[in-house]
Design a protein. Structure first.
Length: 359
């Protein structure tokens, strides 16, 4: 049942700051989150041209520790966990036995046998139940850390330059982590993000989030909401769980075969390997409209398939999206038509990412 009052929604540690900044707040995955401040286009272009900060404290965290942690995560996650160096980061998917995707995740290796996995907000409880159900008899401990962390994402071409003076050490490179003090408070700084821009994600105690947020804004970083985060990630062709990924789809058709190492024997590996060998019937492809219109999730693709994510691209100034289409119509350059509220809008299948700095 949908929440009918703000009291039924969780709030991040930065809620009062969002209100003070004039954010429009909306329900999202059980949280009351800022969807925009100055406006989606302004925030989007601020991240593309300078730097923006997103409150993503609604994301979940699961800590896995103990002598059995590496082997356990190797069994659960689709990527090769043995390749994560100390202080490293890795993207993977969590699969059912039939290969359906339960979630897509980032895992950070914090110690020899200690890992922190970031879950999607709407999937956190489901993921935790799934992981615990498979941990029996192993020398591993799982801890729900969602209440222990706030999370800020600083993204944009100037993000590192603005963040660096606030940190007491060198910022980690992409796909690496460092435990630093930022604006005087402890934080796990991760060289990851969801916008197609450089930057870092900062995990800290909720009580310290305001200190970091205030310092970033004082340094000239613009606050940005979930709407701009969505348009940015779609230009970069990053998946959104519930739209582009789901339990009824596997990673091969979603274009995520690169993060699936079936020889590790992860849960669902045999099913994923079978689809890889036989070939998927449909593939997730990015597209651009060649004329007017804004595609939306659920719009049919003429001849088969449907839009999973769609929006108006502030950077490209045209409608863009991703859609599952029959594999024979998935090649880059293929002309397709999208039924947008009863009007057929011509489009073309594009390569990833849709937005490029040199375009």
């Amino acid at each position: 049942m949908a929440a009918t009052a703000s009291e039924t929604l969780r709030r991040t540690a930065l809620f009062d700051r969002h209100v003070a900044a004039g954010a429009r707040l909306v329900p999202f995955a059980g949280w009351e989150m800022p969807v925009q401040y100055a406006g989606v286009r302004e925030e989007h272009l601020a991240v593309r041209s300078h730097a923006g900060v997103f409150d993503v404290s609604h994301m979940g965290e699961v800590e896995t520790r103990g002598p059995g942690a590496p082997a356990f995560l190797q069994r659960m996650l689709s990527n090769d966990v043995s390749k994560i160096a100390l202080g490293g980061a890795q993207y993977s998917v969590l699969c059912r036995e039939d290969g359906g995707v339960l979630d897509d995740l980032f895992t950070y290796r914090l110690g020899e046998n200690r890992y922190l996995t970031v879950t999607n907000a709407a999937n956190h409880e489901k993921d935790l139940v799934w992981l615990r159900a498979h941990a029996g008899g192993l020398d591993v401990e799982l801890a729900d850390r969602i209440d222990d962390f706030a999370m800020l994402a600083v993204q944009g071409p100037a993000a590192r330059a603005l963040l660096a003076p606030l940190a007491d050490g060198a910022l980690p490179t992409r796909f690496h982590t460092a435990e630093l003090r930022v604006a005087g408070v402890p934080a796990l700084v991760c060289g990851t993000g969801y916008t197609g821009e450089d930057g870092a994600e900062l995990l800290c105690a909720p009580a310290d989030a305001g200190t970091i947020w205030d310092a970033l804004l004082a340094a000239g970083v613009a606050p940005a909401g979930l709407a701009a985060r969505d348009t940015l990630r779609l230009e970069a062709c990053y998946h959104l769980y519930g739209n582009d990924l789901m339990e009824s789809r596997g990673p091969i058709e979603a274009g995520l075969g690169w993060c699936c190492k079936e020889d590790t024997g992860f849960v669902g590996a045999e099913a994923v390997a079978a689809v890889r060998a036989a070939g998927a019937a449909e593939r997730l492809v990015p597209f651009e409209l060649t004329g007017p219109g804004i595609p939306r999730q659920g719009n049919p693709v003429v001849g088969g398939g449907a839009v999973t994510s769609g929006t108006f691209s502030p950077s490209l100034e045209r409608g863009i999206g991703m859609a599952y289409v029959p594999v024979e119509r998935s090649a880059v350059g293929t002309a397709i038509e999208i039924d947008v509220r009863g009007k057929l809008r011509p489009a073309v299948v594009k390569d990833k990412p849709l937005y490029r700095k040199d375009a």
